[in-house]
Write a protein that binds this ligand. Sequence first.
Ligand code: AHR
Length: 501
Amino acid sequence: MKARVAVHRDFRISTIDERLYSAFIEHMGRAIYSGIYEPGHPQADANGFRKDVLKFVQDLKVPAIRYPGGNFVSAYNWEDGIGPKDQRPVRLDLAWRSKETNQVGIDDFAIWAEQAGIDMMLAVNLGSRGLEDARNFLEYVNFPGGTTWSDKRRANGRQDPYDVKMWCLGNEMDGPWQIGHKVATEYGRLANETAKAFKGFDPTIETVVCGSSNDGMPTYPEWEREVLEECYENVDYISLHKYFGNKSNDTLNYFGKIEETGRYIQTIGGVIDYVKAKKRAKNDVHICFDEWNVWYHVREDDNRRIKEWDWPEAPALLEENYNFEDALFVAGLLNEFIRRSDRVRIACIAQLVNVIAPIRAEKGGPAWRQTIYYPYQFASLYGRGDALNIAVDAGTYDCRVADDVSYLDVAGVHDKEGGMLTLFIVNRHLTEAADLDVELNGFASPSLSEHLAMEGYDLNQTNGPTAPDRVVPGKGSGVGVEDGRLKGKLKPLSYHVLRLS
Ligand code: AHR
């Protein structure tokens, strides 16, 4: 397959907001308990956090993390998680039909996030609760001292405020499954009042309002319009969520869902523009794609189990075993976020540990990196700078979810300060190698300084506790710069990170 690509250093889409590579972690399953936190584990530190898991997280350079939910937040009392651990109540987690011991709360999580070098992005409960509790939480988290809630924080051991700048106004409020589910205008008004109060407290706070739970919701995209009409001037982002899978075992259609996601982003961009125009508003609202990942391998099984179980504590839930095909998918989806980074400023992989996650950890046992860890890591490490507008001329295909899908998926980021151009490429062709020919415009004598590749694996291959490094990136070969052009062959079903200086 011939694959012509044209890159020009001055043809930019946007300067990427590094929060494009953020993550999400929820109190559910074993994400927190026996995920990041497991006192008594041989790897646990003095606070009970697992050092092996923390190291894998640190290596990802995650800029921000959304916490504590998810569906969980819609019936969560944040005060249950503060103060002496032996006095914290055990509660029913209504979202996931399990028990929440509250052994990790905001002050504990903040310690972990600080160790991991990650900024917190906190969600407030607008399901079972509302503005009153949200503002108390804000006071606890962000006010220096001398008030009821800020003094409680100080008494609990944290003197300085956390100064959290990103606040999510509830979670998936359009979903009938959500505790405290609302209709659009009702939610839009509550979100507006909450955002107003938060910005009144600190105008530099950024707020994220809930968009649809996914683009298949019956109220999509009307939900976005109605919600934004209520709160446009007081929000900075609207959230998008989407989970993916290949249940029909059709690899090309699976990859086509990346194209479909591009349409989803474009549609919401259109709704934002419409509301902005209608309101004669001056401010811009961007997209915060704060839940995305592959979720299908164990989904049906979990749906059945959760209905039958008797409110367990930290049960194994949504523990997806990702294969090589999923790694190729995730690489492509991250490419789409880079290509749409003018609209999508923040995106959060959902989630980070154990629950639909790039990192897994056995209770009392080892931790390992799943296949999808690597494309996420490479995007986070090397995808910072200017997203370039790249032209690709390779073969295309039609599938159920999209037409004209390119077999070659390319995104490029130019880090002007570091003087590096990084190309992220997936050859999606099932059988043909791509005969790559990249025109490099505006780069003086470019040379290939690094080529990383994930290739040659069976699509179903996975990593696991006894084979943690079965599917890993290696040094790529067969690509080089000739007369100012990057040329070479990329194997079918392969992923490449090409770094030029
Ligand atoms: O990430 C798992 C769940 O998916 C979240 O709790 C919810 O927001 C979404 O439906």
